[in-house]
Design a protein around this ligand. Sequence first.
Ligand code: UTP
Length: 309
Amino acid sequence: MILLKHYGTKNITFSNGNPDMGKRVKKAIFPVAGLGTRFLPATKALSKEMFPVVDKPLIQYALEEAKEAGIEEYIFVTGRSKSTLQDHFGRSYELEKILIDNNKSELVEEIKSWVPDPSQISYVRQQKALGLGHAVWCARNNIGDEPFAVLLADDLVLSNPGCLAQMMEVYAEVKGNVVAIEEVLMEKVNRYGVLDIESEDGVVVKAKGLVEKPNPEVAPSNLSIIGRYILQPDVFRKLDNQEKGAGNEVQLTDAIAETLNDIPFHGFKFAGKRFDCGSRLGYLEANLAYALERPSMKDDILTIINKYS
Ligand code: UTP
């Protein structure tokens, strides 16, 4: 029996008592090297993780979510267009000087408040977009032999506390590998990694299997993985094989599935709303939802929505 602070008491059987599998998570990988073909032409020269939702790039939301969850080191796996992202998380002395000269020093302080210390950030290049599993594998030397988080910034989660902070609370209890999950329509399961459920206890689901992009007729459930993972380093050993799966890509879910016999694996039904910002509709909806969250914008946004409805 475990007690989750935000989600009540749950009966969970630990499948492995190895204390190493519950080590504190201090590092996070942010893969940003995807081609973003669903969002061309916008993604031709700009990675979608740099798209703003209202006024903040997706990648900054992800970094802030990680920081709130206790992450201390941020590892970006970048592709061909990394310079804007690197500029975003670096200091801009020219901009700061102009703002100060224009009596806007409060904006300088605001920017400084979220730019991480250089010692906390590193960049790894994925030379070719061979799949999410390959992108994560590219960061293996930066992670070493400790558990880590993976955040896909194009999955934006509106929640308080943030999705990863919620997952950390569950991870502290169940250990091993933990992924955030949500229910999707059965006809859409072929877009996601889907859990094969062993037992379900409220918001925490113990899985005995994991299938990437199954056909709805053979899908083991409609519980799909979203872009938040807490993983043990053992997954790198599986990714070493570089085996290609669905879509002819190296799939992270396939490597996690290979560790199922040795490492407990749980899905967590997070509290919050996820937006698929890798798709046009998901991205537009996120902009509306986040603008409506801002008291200074809400009334104007509702007026605009009424105008077009
Ligand atoms: P997606 O499945 O959304 O793929 O990647 P994509 O290539 O970015 O976009 P589409 O489907 O062509 O429109 C999920 C996450 O994994 C990263 C992406 O940047 C995104 O954060 N990714 C994917 C990589 O870093 N490298 C890859 O080779 C593939």
